[in-house]
Ligand binder design. Structure first.
Ligand code: NAI
Length: 797
């Protein structure tokens, strides 16, 4: 017995296209506009190759008009009450539901995905996203006091979940009070244009949402437009890198959701039949064109052949066919170029020696189709195991022990998602905690919800979509943009800097020394892996007081020293799994030790920053240590209850090894204000102390040495900030970089970080008043010190 065809009726969707004579302009300032250069391109149905409609090609002029409209609309949109914005988002959610069938059909004919998916997954999730964010719009003032919208946001989305990606971008942006220019992917613009019509229907003020269609060049014009405050991008890692570089010299906030090569780990005690169904959803959903697709199957050796047999049997029952047929499991590949990319990678996999298996099932004679494909005998370093294929191709490997499973799972530059299958809750959650990925599904896969953040670790990008952390991407502290640039206006404590000459001998640290004897030299070294070490260069740099008096010398750290420090930090990662209570104890004890040495520290610091600032820095440094010790066991994750029989545990995980380039003018307080939130949350740090008073390193490591801080958690390399920032930014084992400096230093940090796409957080060249608890400490810092991992666990089945 076989299923008969059950085609979805596309008449209403086609009639809607006909209303526009199948020719669409941009949606700018609440109205349809012809493209400035009069160019159109075709969007076609990948299941037939037939053209569907002509779409406006966006030029820089079109992008400029859209940005102008969004800028003009921003004050009005922000002046609305949160409740009024909530009403608009609610209306959009409702409107999506009212037109859900038309939107599903449009999505399917434009993208090629099975109607079952667009109807039952994509469009309901779109509505859910707008509902959820209607709620955030309403609660914004209460939940994010002191924060404001970024302003005008440029958003670029891919073709795999066209309307869902639009919702993931537009809903939080609007809820936070931003206005938007969105560019859909060139292969799939139709549902974004249908959404534009919904915006008109709900009476959204003109200019709040603008949609400019076009290809990569339109996206590029949006990225480089000077009047954009934030770019949010989903797409390939390669383009993500280009965007990182293109925005480095600007103050644009950036979030990137990029590719993945997600592991699907099946332990020997898993329910294998469920795991097979999970694989169907994991790798064959949307023809495998899913950034979080479970494209690497890792099977415990003892069940590998049994699982492979079950999987092959299931693959022979998959129906590849017309996407509008309700019985189709696997639809069409989005475009010829994507099909050729898949074919090319599969051919390379075969050349590399992997075994390729495809079921003997028919493919339609027309259109862009690819059979579900299973590779075995895949080497972990091969192209099949490392490169995102973005097609219905599964690469299977085996492991023996749970430790090996985790090692293999993490053997990728990506870190977007993972599925873990085991009937043992201990084993599954232990693996979930060790796999480096933004989402881990236990005994499940490819589940999404507006309340649970989604986004990657490592080269899968940074920033989250959905949940509280997703909303944060569209907000910033209201004071931050108003802060003056360094060198302009008064810096915190600047009145004190250079103001007082202490009259003390800073090298000896005492007011007098007996007779004519010279003071005993004080040699400051680098501090790496818990040890004082000499610099590789053999050079030192002078450190002088505000009056030009020689205070001492510090090592001139170089590339090699940074590398050693990064290696030491890498070896100290165990810090992330010490308990929060223990980390708090270590910080309290650091405060004790710092307090013990306060007199001599005060004397030396005063020579550079004056007595008044020195005493304020010291006092606040002790307070800050107490504050972060307090936070250590209170900055915790949350549990979400998505509308499935699951909970998702949103865990605040440390990022890993973080480079920190510290502020000049507050040598002690600035250092601690940047380093403490990171170590509090379990990161290890390679810090470049204040360039104005690097001697502080000597005092700090003495305090560290007498504390319980494990070696390698805090490393210090003194030297020239620009030189050391470059090395940190380019280093692939540095997972994030916090950089405080002028605009040129911040831009360098961002531009050079594109290699491993590390997250870079800077002061944007602005002055931050570290003396103020409001600006210099707290959640804003902790939020940047962590990345949220959502672990989905079955609950209440
Ligand atoms: P892409 O990254 O080129 O396209 C994504 C979006 O970025 C589209 O809207 C495109 O017009 C735009 N774009 C392209 N170049 C741009 C630029 N220089 N500046 C600004 N925007 C630009 O992805 P593509 O070529 O469609 O697919 C290539 C591969 O990327 C796929 O095989 C897959 O591996 C990966 N991919 C990953 C996605 C994800 O969700 N993580 C989504 C789409 C593709």
């Amino acid at each position: 017995m076989d299923y008969g065809a059950a085609p979805e009726d596309s008449a209403l969707a086609l009639a809607w296209l006909d209303q526009f004579q199948r020719r669409f302009g941009h949606f700018i300032n609440g109205a349809w506009c012809a493209p400035a250069q009069g160019e159109y391109f075709a969007t076609s149905d990948p299941s037939t190759g037939d053209k569907i409609a002509d779409i406006a090609g966006g030029s820089a002029t079109d992008v400029g008009a859209a940005v102008k409209a969004a800028r003009a609309a921003a004050p009005g949109w922000q002046a609305l009450t949160p409740h009024a914005r909530a009403r608009f988002l609610y209306a959009l959610a409702r409107q999506v539901q009212k037109h859900s069938r038309r939107l599903s059909v449009l999505e399917t004919i434009d993208n090629g995905k099975p109607i079952r998916e667009s109807r039952d997954i994509d469009i309901p999730l779109v509505a859910r996203h707008f509902y959820h964010h209607a709620g955030w719009a309403q609660l914004l003032g209460q939940e994010f006091p002191g924060y404001q919208a970024c302003g005008v946001v440029g958003q670029i989305i891919p073709w795999n979940f066209p309307l869902l990606m639009l919702a993931w971008k537009i809903a939080p942006a609007l809820a936070a009070g931003n206005t938007v220019v969105l560019k859909p992917a060139e292969f799939t613009p139709l549902t974004a244009l249908a959404f534009a019509e919904l915006c008109m229907e709900v009476g959204l003020p003109p200019g709040v949402v603008n949609i400019v269609t076009g290809d990569g060049s339109t996206g590029e014009a949006l990225v480089v437009h000077p009047d954009i405050d934030k770019i949010a991008f989903t797409g390939s890692t390669e383009v993500g890198r280009a965007i990182r570089r293109a925005t480095a010299d600007s103050h644009k906030k950036l979030s990137l959701e990029l590719g993945g090569k997600s592991p699907f780990v099946v332990f020997e005690d898993a329910d294998l039949d469920s795991a097979v169904e999970g694989l169907v959803d994991g790798i064959w959903l949307n023809q495998g064109q899913v950034c979080c697709a479970g494209s690497r199957l890792l099977m415990q050796e003892s069940i590998a052949s049994q699982l492979s047999r079950k999987l092959q049997a299931r693959m022979t029952t998959l129906r590849v066919g017309p996407p509008l047929d309700k019985t189709t499991d696997i639809g069409a590949i989005v475009a010829r170029v994507q099909l050729e990319r898949i074919e090319g990678l599969v051919a390379r996999g075969i050349t590399e020696g992997a075994s390729c298996w495809q079921p003997d099932i028919p493919l339609p004679s027309r259109g862009l189709y690819y059979k579900p494909t299973l590779f075995t005998n895949v080497h972990p370093t091969s192209v099949l195991a490392q490169q995102e294929i973005f097609g219905p191709v599964l690469a299977a490997m085996t492991f023996r022990t749970p430790a090996e499973a985790v090692e293999l799972a993490n053997n990728t530059a990506y870190g977007l998602a993972a599925s873990v299958w085991s009937e043992s809750v201990n084993l599954a959650l232990q693996a979930a905690s060790r796999i480096k990925a933004g989402v881990v599904w236990v005994n499940s896969t490819n589940l999404f919800d507006a309340a649970s953040g989604f986004g990657g670790y490592r080269e899968s990008g940074f920033g989250r979509e959905g949940g509280r952390e997703g909303l944060r991407e569209y907000l910033e502290p209201a004071w931050f943009r108003k802060a003056p640039l360094l060198g302009r206006g008064a810096a915190a404590g600047a009145d004190d800097v250079n103001s007082a000459e202490s009259g003390l001998d800073p090298i000896a640290g005492s007011a007098t020394h007996p007779g004519d004897e010279p003071p005993i030299d004080r040699t400051v070294k680098l501090y790496i892996g818990g040890k004082q070490v000499r610099p590789d260069s053999g050079y030192s740099i002078e450190c002088r007081s505000s009056k030009g008096l020689l205070l001492g010398e510090v090592p001139l750290g170089n590339r090699k020293d940074i590398r050693n420090a990064v290696e030491a930090a890498g070896k100290a990662q165990q810090w992330s799994s010490t308990t929060a209570h223990n980390r708090a104890q270590v910080l309290y004890y650091l405060a004790e030790n710092l307090s013990q040495r306060s007199q001599e520290l005060m004397t030396r610091l005063a020579a550079v920053v004056g007595k008044r600032q020195a005493s304020r820095e010291l006092k606040l440094s002790l307070e800050r240590l107490f504050a972060y010790a307090a936070w250590a066991d209170k900055y915790e994750g949350v549990v979400h209850s998505p509308p499935y029989r699951m909970v998702s545990l949103a865990m605040n995980e440390p990022i890993g090894t973080v480079g920190v380039v510290c502020p000049e003018s507050t040598p002690l307080l600035g250092f601690l204000s940047m380093v403490l939130p990171l170590v509090t949350t379990g990161n290890c740090v390679v810090a470049v102390p204040s360039a104005a008073y690097p001697l502080i390193a000597g005092d700090l490591y003495q305090v560290l040495e007498t504390s319980d801080m494990p070696g390698g958690v805090i490393n210090m390399v003194t030297g020239r900030p620009m030189e050391l920032t470059k090395v940190l930014a380019e280093h692939d084992d540095v997972d994030a970089l916090w950089c405080y400096g002028d605009e040129a230093l911040c831009a360098t940090a961002k531009r050079l970080s594109a290699g491993n796409l590390k997250q870079v957080w800077t002061n944007e060249g602005r002055q931050i008043d570290f003396f103020s608890e409001r600006y210099g400490a707290g959640r804003w810092y902790l939020d940047h010190a962590c990345q949220v991992k959502n672990i989905w666990v079955p609950y209440g089945e």
